[in-house]
Design a protein around this ligand. Structure first.
Ligand code: ADP
Ligand code: ZN
Ligand code: MG
Length: 472
C-alpha cells in the first residue's frame, strides 16, 4: 500500500534575553552545573515569578517575523507534570491565550504552512546520565530559560518542506535577534509529529511525536524512519499508537519514550502569580517598528528587482551581517550583479581561507563598491579588482591608492601594448605557426605571455584585440 505522510512541527526556541524569564539569573549557554540558579528558578516553595518584559517583546517579534497576529492581551497558565528536571513540578506556559496566533511561512514547494500559535514558556533543566554508573544528575542552569514554542498545523507532506521551514524560521529569528538558532547547542529544537494515511485518503492517521531533533539531517532521517515504521505496521494490519518517541542518531531509529499525554492530563489552570500581559497599541507599534527587514523580503527584492540568480540571493541572505554588507555596498554602487559576484567569489574565498566572518572584514562596503566601480569604469581589470579586494581583506586600505601602489591602474594606451604584442609574436614563432595551422588552444598561451610582459596594469580586452588582429 502507498501512504501519504502528514507532518506538523512544534519548535522550541531559546530567547536571547540577558536574564531568565521569571528571575534575574543569567541566561547563557554552558557553564558549570547549577551555577546559574536561584530560589525562584530552582522551584523553592513560596517564591514568586517576575515576568521578564524583554522575553515578551522577543516573543512578539517572533510573531511579526512569521506573519502572525500578535495579541495585545495574553496570559500564563500552569502545566502540571513531574519530571526530575522540573523542580517546581509544573511549567509556566501560555495555554488559553498565547501571544501570537495564525501565522504562516511559504516553503520551497510554494505551499503556505500555517502556524497555529506561538506561546511563551520556561525551559526545564537538564539530566546528565553518563557521568556515574546507574545515577542521573540534575543540572538546573537551564531551568527558567525563556522559550517560545512555535506550533504549526499538520500541513507538511515532505521532508524538503519541513527542512525548508525550519531553515526559514531559524534565519528569521536570527535576523530579528530573537534566538541564535544553534540547533547543535539546543537553542532551537524541533519536535516532529508524523502520521501516514493511505494515498488518496483525507482522514489523517494516528501520529507519533519525535522529540528534540537537533539538526536538519536528523529531522530528515527521523521522518524517513517513521514513515517506514508506520507503513510496516499498517501493512501488517496493525494500528499506530499515539506516543512520544526519541530519535537515536547513532542507530538512525526511533524508540518509544512514553504514551502521549492529552491536554487534560496536565491539569492546566491560570497562573495566579503572573498578571496577564497587556500591550497598548503604541507599545505594539513600537515593537513592530523595531523589526529589521526579513530575509524572505530581501530574497524577493534581490531576485525580482536586482536580477540575481536564486542561488546567489539565497547565499547572500543566509547571514544577516553578510546581507547588510551587500545592502550598504549596492546603495553606493547599484551594480547588483558585480557586487554579488565579488562577495560570493573573492570575498567568500578569503573568509573561508581565514575562517573568519564578514564582521572581521578590514574594509567597508563603500570600499567594495569603489573597487567594483573602478573595474566597470575600465580603470582596473577584473582580475586586478579581485587582487585589490584580497589586499584590502588582509591589510585594509583604500582601493585607489592600492591600485596605484601596486601598478593596477590599467594602461589604455594601445601603442605600448602593441610593441609588446609584436615582441611576443616574434619570440614565439613556433606557437604562432601552430596557431595559424588551426591550434586554437595555443592562443591562451600567447595571451598569457602578453599579459605577463605588460604587467598588472595591462588592459586584457585591448591586448586580446591586438593579438587577434596581429595573428590574422
Ligand atoms: P495536542 O493538543 O494533542 O498536542 P495539537 O493539535 O496541538 O495536538 O498538535 C500538536 C502537533 O501535532 C501540531 O504540530 C500538529 O500540526 C501536529 N498534528 C496534529 N495532528 C496530526 C496528525 N494526524 N499527523 C501529524 N501531525 C499532526
Ligand atoms: Zn533564577
Ligand atoms: Mg500541543
Amino acid at each position: 500500500m502507498r501512504y501519504q505522510p502528514v507532518i506538523g512541527l512544534e519548535i522550541h526556541c531559546e530567547l536571547l534575553t540577558d536574564s531568565k524569564v521569571f528571575c534575574t539569573c543569567q541566561n547563557e549557554f554552558g557553564g558549570s552545573e547549577n551555577t546559574r540558579v536561584c530560589p525562584r528558578c530552582s522551584g523553592m516553595p513560596g517564591t514568586l515569578p517576575l515576568l521578564n518584559q524583554g522575553a515578551v517583546k522577543l516573543a512578539a517579534k517572533a510573531g511579526f517575523a512569521t506573519d502572525c497576529t500578535v495579541h495585545n492581551y495574553s496570559s500564563f497558565d500552569r502545566k502540571n507534570y513531574f519530571y526530575p528536571d522540573l523542580p517546581k513540578a509544573y511549567q509556566i506556559t501560555q495555554f488559553e491565550s498565547p501571544i501570537c496566533t495564525d501565522g504562516y511561512i511559504t516553503v520551497c514547494s510554494g505551499k503556505k504552512i500555517r502556524i497555529n500559535r506561538i506561546h511563551i514558556e520556561e525551559d526545564a533543566g537538564k539530566l546528565v546520565h553518563d557521568d556515574y554508573e546507574g545515577i542521573s544528575m540534575a543540572d538546573y542552569n537551564r531551568c527558567g530559560v525563556p522559550l517560545i514554542e512555535i506550533v504549526t498545523e499538520p500541513d507538511f507532506r515532505t521532508v524538503d518542506e519541513v527542512q525548508d521551514f525550519v531553515e526559514q524560521i531559524a534565519l528569521r529569528l536570527k535576523y530579528a535577534d530573537v534566538c541564535d538558532a544553534r540547533m547543535e547547542q539546543g537553542s532551537l529544537r524541533v519536535d516532529v509529529n508524523i502520521s501516514i494515511m493511505p494515498e488518496g485518503s483525507t482522514e489523517f492517521g494516528t501520529r507519533a511525536e519525535i522529540k528534540n531533533l537537533n539538526s536538519l539531517k536528523a529531522i530528515g532521517r527521523a521522518i524517513e524512519y517513521e514513515i517506514q515504521r508506520q507503513s510496516e505496521i499498517l501493512d501488517n494490519g496493525g494500528t499506530v499508537v499515539q506516543e512520544t518517541r526519541r530519535f537515536n542518531d547513532n542507530h538512525g531509529d526511533t524508540k518509544a519514550l512514553r504514551s502521549k499525554e492529552e491536554a487534560h492530563d496536565y491539569r492546566y489552570f491560570p497562573e495566579p502569580d503572573i498578571p496577564p500581559v497587556q500591550f497598548t497599541d503604541e507599545e505594539m507599534e513600537e515593537i513592530k517598528k523595531s523589526m529589521p527587514e526579513m530575509p524572505q523580503k530581501r530574497f524577493a527584492r534581490y531576485t525580482e528587482e536586482y536580477g540575481l540568480p536564486n542561488d546567489d540571493a539565497k547565499l547572500i541572505i543566509s547571514s544577516r551581517a553578510f546581507s547588510d554588507f551587500y545592502e550598504s555596498a549596492v546603495k553606493i554602487n547599484p551594480d547588483y550583479r558585480q557586487i554579488a559576484n565579488m562577495m560570493l567569489g573573492e570575498l567568500n574565498r578569503n573568509l573561508n581561507d581565514t575562517q573568519s566572518t564578514i564582521e572581521d572584514a578590514k574594509f567597508s562596503p563603500a570600499e567594495l563598491a569603489k573597487v567594483v566601480k573602478m573595474s566597470s569604469d575600465g580603470v582596473i581589470s577584473k582580475n586586478a579588482a579581485k587582487d585589490i579586494l584580497t589586499i584590502m581583506f588582509n591589510n585594509g586600505g583604500e582601493p585607489e591608492s592600492i591600485a596605484k601602489e601596486h601598478g593596477f591602474i590599467m594602461d589604455n594606451d594601445a601603442s605600448g601594448l602593441e610593441e609588446i604584442v609584436d615582441k611576443i609574436i616574434s619570440e614565439n614563432a613556433d606557437s604562432v605557426e601552430s596557431y595559424k595551422s588551426g591550434n586554437q588552444k595555443i592562443f591562451g598561451f600567447l595571451m598569457g605571455q602578453v599579459i605577463k610582459a605588460a604587467g598588472k596594469g595591462a588592459n586584457p580586452q585591448l591586448a586580446k584585440g591586438l593579438l587577434i588582429n596581429k595573428l590574422k
